[in-house]
Design a protein around this ligand. Structure first.
Ligand SMILES: [Ca+2]
Ligand SMILES: [Ca+2]
Ligand SMILES: [Ca+2]
Ligand SMILES: [Ca+2]
Length: 230
């Protein structure tokens, strides 16, 4: 690892005042390429912490009493391209879902979706690993079949399919259901979940590229039976 190639994580502490000014920031150096970061309370102490996905590692920096960040807990994790956080096993502790594109010394984990459950004292316990698709790029969470359980979607740079992992109780997931993109457009990496037609059912929007027509966004609308359609 070339330690000269350090990635910089900047944590901005925002104190909403009438003037809406930002406090001075503090920074942490991460000894590998940082790809993505999320904020959540990862040790149940009421203070938000930082979860950083990098090339081959997941770092968890806990917020200390004075608002600075602790030395990180480090988990080997392949090349983390995307992170989302939710309580997947219903114990009121946030858990972490990561999308891994390649995995170096652990090729069986390449192009996968992994769950880490929060354990005692904020440690992360590896859960299930699922194959996603070639060139795994992005992951988002939301309830896509209206059963109250958070589901996970993944996108991939090297195929044109959206994959949905529906959650079963207690943080387990079924194998993915695949939805081809509209007109077989290349999915450019990002997809998000939300209700885009006001019917109370979550839908999916993805950014895509169509040969000769340029890029755009397409929306999968959730049907009453939980399936997705354009
Ligand atoms: Ca915390
Ligand atoms: Ca949990
Ligand atoms: Ca669900
Ligand atoms: Ca909807």
């Amino acid at each position: 690892m070339n330690l000269a190639l350090l990635s910089l994580v900047i944590v901005v502490i925002f104190e909403p005042t009438l003037a809406q000014q930002f406090s001075p920031y503090s920074s942490q150096l991460v000894p590998t390429f940082a790809h993505v970061a999320r904020i959540a309370d990862m040790n149940n102490d009421g203070r938000n912490d930082a979860v950083v996905g990098t090339l081959y590692y997941l770092f968890v920096y806990f917020q200390t009493n004075d608002g600075t960040l602790s030395k990180p807990k480090v988990y080997r994790c392949g090349s983390v391209r995307s992170i989302d956080i939710a309580d997947f096993n219903n114990d009121n502790l946030p858990d972490v879902a990561v999308a891994v594109q390649t995995s170096g010394e652990e090729p069986h984990e390449a192009d996968s979706m992994k769950i880490f459950f929060q354990g005692p004292n904020g440690t992360l316990q590896p859960g299930d690993i699922f194959y996603t698709g070639p060139g795994t790029r992005h992951l988002s969470i939301g309830d896509l079949n209206n059963d109250g359980l958070v589901d996970i979607i993944t996108t991939h740079m090297d195929d044109n399919n959206l994959r949905v992992f529906y959650q079963k109780p207690y943080g387990h997931f079924d194998s993915s259901v695949t939805y081809p993109s509209f007109r077989n457009q290349t999915i450019q990496g990002i997809a998000e979940i939300g209700d885009f037609n006001g019917d109370g059912l979550n839908d999916v929007v993805q950014n895509t590229s169509l040969a000769h027509y340029g890029g755009g966004a397409s929306v999968f609308l959730q049907q009453p039976n939980g399936s997705l359609q354009y």
